[in-house]
Design a protein around this ligand. Structure first.
Ligand SMILES: [Zn+2]
Length: 278
């Protein structure tokens, strides 16, 4: 890298599409960027991050996120995931011939209500760091079993420090992310970017999400109040060319309002009232 950044760190929050990013995008950049050394997939906010580090991260809608975390946990326990990658660890992909897994939302709600450490888990993954003999999830479970308060000041400090922060939906249009990365890091991509072929998709998570009512979603958003707040805070996300900040769709017909000029939304999101500042 020829600019001010000497190294790159992908703060990989679980179940936010990071596997796709690593496989299809980061791999192509690998020989052009110096990465911070990592031992585990999810290491949180590494101590090595300094002024020379370019930090990239992805956040996901809190409701989709917890459905995905829960479905992943259950699928792992049931032995439904493809068993291994190069590290011998579980991959995120469900065995291909199983598409009709239905999880009962009742048990997910019991699990979330009982395991309060799961609340605002995306924020917690930004606030903590894995240690040599203790992975980040264990650290989070221990820390938040008694006191579930999140250090919001530190959280916002770090969110604002992240050089490129996108919503998971923006991965639908990865070219815009890659363009921003390459511009910021002053590098070029080796080849074409493939679209997500859903290789890493767990249908159990989608089915579970689709079984939720509006009331269910509101309840989850209340339990995940801080994750919900940051997910809907447009000012912390990077604006990507021609990508709706809210739904991640290409938005050639982006409408602009004088107070919205900093943001790009597609007309659908503006009309449905989903994309509101504040
Ligand atoms: Zn939109």
């Amino acid at each position: 890298m020829t600019n001010e950044f000497k190294n790159f760190y992908f703060l990989h929050i679980r179940k936010t599409g990071g596997r796709y990013f690593k496989e299809y995008i980061l791999k192509q950049l690998e020989d052009k960027v110096e990465k911070l050394p990592i031992k585990d997939r999810h290491e949180g906010w590494k101590k090595e991050i300094d002024d020379n580090t370019y930090v990239f991260s992805i956040l996901r809608d809190p409701v989709e996120y917890i459905c995905s975390v829960y479905a992943h946990m259950i699928s792992t326990r049931a032995g439904l995931l493809h068993p291994s990658n190069e590290n011998g660890k579980h991959t995120d992909s469900i065995k291909d011939n199983i598409v009709n897994i239905e999880l009962d939302k009742k048990y997910m709600f019991e699990w979330i209500r009982y395991n309060k450490w799961t609340h605002n888990l995306q924020s917690k993954e930004i606030l903590h760091t894995s240690e040599e003999y203790n992975n980040i999830l264990n650290i989070i479970i221990k820390k938040y079993s008694k006191d579930n308060n999140v250090d919001k000041e530190l959280l916002y400090e770090r969110l604002n420090r992240i050089n490129l922060l996108v919503r998971q939906v923006s991965l639908k249009n990865p070219e815009s992310i890659v363009k921003k990365l390459c511009d910021d890091l002053n590098i070029e991509l080796a080849g074409e970017i493939q679209k997500d072929t859903l290789t890493y998709h767990n249908m159990a998570s989608t089915n579970l999400y689709n079984s939720l009512t509006e009331e269910d979603k509101i309840e989850i958003r209340q339990m995940f109040d801080i994750d919900n707040e940051i997910y809907n805070n447009h000012s912390i996300f990077s604006q990507l060319d021609n990508v709706c900040s809210f739904c991640g769709e290409y938005s050639y017909t982006t409408k602009f309002d004088s107070s919205w000029k900093k943001y790009s939304y597609c007309s659908n999101c503006i009309e449905s009232g989903k994309a509101l500042l504040g």
